[in-house]
Design a protein around this ligand. Sequence first.
Ligand SMILES: [Zn+2]
Length: 716
Amino acid sequence: MIVRRRWTAAATTAILISAALSHPGTATAAPVADTAPITLAAAETALVRVQLRDQAQLDRLVASGVDLANRPRARDGRILADLVLTGAQLADLTAQGATATQVVQRAGDGSRHFADSVRAARARTVAGLGAPAAGQRTSSTAAAVDTLAVQQAYWWTTGGQTFLQAQVATTATDDPDVEITVSWRTADGATGSFPLYRFEDSGEYQYHYNVPQPVPSRPVQLTATSSLGGVSRAVTPTLWPNAAPPPLPAGYQKDFIDAYLTPVDIQARIKRLARQYRDLVDVIDLPNKTQGYRRNAVAYLGDPAAAAVVVESVRFGDQGMNGVQVRTVDPGRPDRPLTVGYRDRVLTVTLATDAAGKTVSTTDDVAAAVNARQANRFRATVEDGSTGLPMPVAGPVRLDDGLQGTEVPAKPWTVQALRLGVHRDGSRVGVLAYSQEHAREWATPLVTLEFAERMLANARTDPATRELLEQVDVFVIPTVNPDGANYSFNDYNFQRKNLVNHCEGPARDPKYRTSWGVDVNRNYTVGSYFDGYVGASANCLSGNYAGTAELSEAESGNVVALAKAHPNIRFAMNVHSYGGYFMWPPGAYRADGRITLPRPSIDESTLFLGSARRIVGAIAQERGTVTWPSQTGPVADVLYSAAGNSADQLYYELGIFAWDFEVGNDRWNAATGEWEGVGFQPPFDEAHGESQEYAGGLVELVRVARDHAAAEAAAG
Ligand SMILES: [Zn+2]
């Protein structure tokens, strides 16, 4: 059992932990080997749920900088992880004993689902168990050496299926092999059992748990037993979340989303809402313009497989540098020095020759000469493996920024917020909802825009909604990271970070072009990487690269600026995907000893959990999606440590009750008995469902804010 001790230690050194989670499997999972093996074409990139062979395999992956889309978790002593990888990488892993269990999303799925959604939108416009009662492990006569406490036992019914989830702690915290089994009984006498799995984080035992398990009907009793003989007291599972929002009034308007939305689409939507609801809306231009959908223009001079120099423009490609040519030439005469000249948009490097007229410049000579003599225009780096090699006569090659998007303006972008309310003067309690800090999470702006439009449209027709906008001042930033989003839509759909490339030297090689950028949600100042917290990286190619300094990026600065400029904001929701989580601070801990940021007070924790139950109930109202109790809680407890995230920033620095959604809950597959991940860019029907249910959650957050303000006022 080497799984436990080390996986988060590995995760802290890197890399690319984003917003998803896989889970220990269900007891009823079909063996993977019964189905055809999952493979990808060698060059294809996909998001795949993989069962890794062992911890060493995960360590190698992390060391290689793999895009790990979740916090790996144990399953029968093996590790289940969602990875963004190529077919070649998957084949390597499979050869080393890993097994792919689900292709969550293929690279092409994003653009296909986007195109499908636009087509569908256009068309609309035109048309107007009962697990067997397994023998329960009993301790017979041996004295128990551990004691079990049932920390959570919850049940709910969704889509006609009842689920049970339990979390149990043993006092034998240091014994990695202790096994815990839960036995349940329903009201009509059916019984069954399932195993729990040990969950450790950062080397610390937390508890045993499992993903929700199907049961035939309402469970009325649950007991846990351990392989060491411990037996818990019997408990009655509690209904989760056991909170429901007010029923929707007749004529309540919703469903304002009929396609995925690019940043350009979002900009247009913001403009339209401001025009349509003049009396209820302000548009706020946030202070920091982003870099824009732009990159430096670059080319390989020479053959990267043999000998080459990477030449890059200092300015962005759109600033007159796309198409500039670069070449090396043989002067055709002996004893010539190396020279560099730039004329008529052609950079010419004339190679040095010896007495016999043979060219003698190396790749290093050429790079150094370009950097010395054309520093204002060009940067040159020797390609990996080319150091010291003779520089060939090469080119001309054209520099290019490589960007595929043709409908995106190549200029700095103004990030916008909507402000909704009858009184937009700071006199009412403020709620902030913001989304798409991570570019590839395409469903998230659909959530916040559906929410905004619901509030506005119904304020005209529904007195209860009108009253909410009388009492609450609502701020919405639909896309925090438009540059990354443009790149995700047009170039590389798995892009998570922004588009600012802070890499230097060999890491600027264009072969790393899909790995550049800063993780906006690791760039804040509270509990940051720079403060020694876990879950961000100093590696510019890592998926959770923290940036060059706290708040080095325009995107994170904008969120802070909006919150600071409006001190009436007391509640915030940071919307991410995927996995189905509802979380609040603390969101980070130090590696050594797992010391989290300070825990909220008892009163505040009560508010966080009580509000969460209301909001989870509101989400479930739409299509029955229930966010699991095991995924409702502080970030650091239920997901992972995320150093320098924005919710911690808002809570600890500004005193805002700051939550996070991970929309896109796993879906239950009754045929396989597995929970399946939905991915970052699911088919539009799924994204649409997420937008509807989580918009309902945000409306409930507005009610929470209203009630909190009213209670404070009443208390004087
Ligand atoms: Zn995210």
